[in-house]
Design a protein around this ligand. Structure first.
Ligand SMILES: [Zn+2]
Length: 259
């Protein structure tokens, strides 16, 4: 083999190793970490024996008031992972959510995909999200954080640990953002409805290309609340479930925070 070919091979090998190292650092390491954090989080919720309803990407003027009305009628509490851009647009809805005793969590400003943006864009999205929620958040409580798309990159990991955000995932996803009917959403939830379920629903849309109607979620929620009542399940906010009286939960919580 000529000296030129050998040099080219060495360069290619170096480039390949550099790309592998950087992608491992930026995506693969956070992906592995997420598996551990998700498992610990869901174990803690399971121990609490509660069910958590979570609503992402809102608030939205068409669905959020309806959802609040249904939750009030059912005497149920939920957690809303709001987008900063929507919180700024609809501060009155933010106030209504908080006044009704529900929990607010961070979900970034614009819902940037952690694997499809630069480190700078990712950091900006989370800092802006944090700033827009500052006036609504209780400074005495640790803030919950649901990463957009449930995915982490290195920047999101650094953000979470620097700002002591509690990562929140889910184990029931009826995909209400797709063209699923209220009945399909309900049936998926019903099949997985048990103590420890963390249900992912959406009261808003982060992307205009999502053609599904936000009111489908409202219709499905009505059925989910009826079924929860019939099954004798307790619906709680994520923080309430995590800090329930079982001391084991506290151990799990500490483990999540220190990871
Ligand atoms: Zn989302």
């Amino acid at each position: 083999m000529s000296g030129y070919s050998t040099d080219l091979l060495k360069m290619l090998r170096k480039a390949y190793l550099t790309i592998f190292f950087l992608s491992s650092l930026y995506i693969i390491f956070p992906w592995c970490l997420k598996i551990i954090l998700r498992k610990r989080f869901l174990s803690a919720i399971k121990i609490s024996k509660k069910v958590c309803l979570t609503f992402d990407d809102g608030p939205h003027p068409r669905s959020t008031p309806e959802i609040l009305h249904l939750l009030k009628k059912a005497n149920a509490k939920a957690t809303f992972f709001v987008l900063g851009m929507n919180a700024e647009k609809y501060p009155h809805l933010m106030k209504r959510i908080i006044k009704a005793g529900h929990e607010i969590g961070e979900h970034s400003y614009r819902h940037t995909h952690p694997w499809k943006c630069s480190p700078g864009q990712s950091m900006r999205d989370h800092i802006l999200g944090q700033q827009s929620l500052r006036i609504f958040a209780d400074s005495n409580k640790q803030i919950l954080f649901r990463p957009p798309f449930g995915k982490l990159n290195l920047i999101v990991c650094l953000y979470m640990f620097m700002h002591r955000r509690k990562p929140v995932f889910w184990n029931v996803n009826p995909k209400d953002y797709e063209q699923n009917s209220a009945d399909m959403i309900f049936r998926h939830v019903k099949e997985n409805l048990q103590p420890g379920a963390v249900i992912l629903l959406h009261d808003g849309r982060h992307n205009d290309s999502h053609s599904s109607d936000v009111t489908t979620t409202v219709n499905a929620l009505q059925l989910i609340l009826q079924e929860s009542k019939r099954s004798g399940l307790t619906l709680a906010t994520v923080s309430d479930a995590l800090t329930s009286s079982n001391p084991l939960v506290e151990d799990h919580l500490s483990a999540v925070e220190l990871s």
